[in-house]
Design a protein around this ligand. Structure first.
Ligand code: GLY
Length: 301
């Protein structure tokens, strides 16, 4: 049994980006699934899927990351091993194309779980990770987004058609040995403060994973997701309320909406390999390959 699901962000994705988003998540999911059926681990598959999305400027992660108020790209990422509960994360890291791989190095090659800012960049250098020119990570779209709003302000009860870009990427996989992994990567929110970190690199918020229950990756308004620890809430809901994985995703998003007026999306693989997703935003780009090998992809509710 091998299965994978990926997302490319949940918000009011404009029509002109629909095709690029769908094609990007489709490639990420099918590449990761191919690796899984050739015996790669769930951790490998999550890294492969997320690297595809980080390299694709259509997504807000790696190349194409959202710009902070000073016009810089600061990236956050996390990867979690559902067998050992080991995780690695990086936050506010600059000049790195693939923060998901750096997060994996934090997990596998340090005695820590999270490195931020300057420290994450020093570690990247030690690991021989190529530092790219900051300008290389900036896309035309991210410049346009910054021009539209010079300072980020969260609008409570943001209208359905006007949810600002919260375009994180993520992946969850189960491998042929039944081990699971989850990961999330993002440029955060356009016009955020320098040094602002959202939910994505926080374990239990941007992602959660435990072989005994399942794995999740979240997208949406980071401050809201962090307040309700959305990723672990989905797993707890599944375990405690005995509902379906999809219902656990829906109930957790509903809780975030009523409790803190937050919107977003969740993808999930349950321990039995069942794939699920839900979103409370207008759209969420997602693609999956389930345990029967069926490929699915979508963006609308
Ligand atoms: N969910 C991504 C962020 O708010 O940073």
């Amino acid at each position: 049994m091998a299965a994978v699901i990926v997302h490319g962000g949940a918000y009011a994705i404009p029509d002109h980006l629909v095709s690029a988003k769908k094609s990007g998540v489709h490639t990420a999911a099918t590449s990761a699934h191919k690796a899984l059926i050739h015996g790669k681990t769930a951790i490998d598959a999550v890294e492969i899927a997320i690297r595809h999305l980080e390299d694709d400027p259509a997504f807000n992660a790696g190349h194409g990351g959202a710009l902070n108020v000073q016009g810089e790209v600061e990236l956050d990422a996390i990867i979690i091993d559902g067998k050992t509960l080991e995780f690695g994360s990086v936050a506010a890291v600059e000049n790195i194309s693939n923060p998901i791989s750096l997060a994996r190095m934090v997990m596998e090659k340090t005695d820590h779980v999270m490195l931020v800012g300057k420290g994450a960049n020093i570690f990247a250098k030690e690991m021989g990770v190529a530092q790219v020119d900051a300008k290389e990570l900036i896309s035309d779209f991210s410049k346009e987004e910054l021009a539209r709003q010079s300072v980020y302000k969260h609008v409570v009860n943001d209208s359905f058609d006007n949810q600002l870009e919260h375009d994180t990427v993520g992946a969850v996989a189960i491998d042929i040995h039944g081990n699971m992994a989850a990961g999330t990567s993002t440029g955060g929110i356009t016009a955020k403060r320098v040094g602002r970190v959202g939910d994505s690199p926080l374990v239990g918020s941007g992602a959660s994973c435990d072989n005994e229950i399942g794995g999740t990756s979240c997208t949406g308004h980071g401050e809201s997701i962090a307040k309700v620890t959305l990723a672990s809430r989905v797993l707890t809901t599944l375990q405690k309320e005995g509902c379906s994985p999809e219902e656990a995703c829906k109930r957790s998003l509903e809780y975030m909406k009523t409790k803190v007026s937050g919107f977003g999306g969740v993808i999930m693989v349950a321990a039995d390999g069942t794939i699920a997703k839900a979103f409370s935003t207008k759209r969420m780009a997602w693609a999956s390959v389930d345990k029967t090998g069926t490929v699915q992809c979508g963006i609308d509710p």
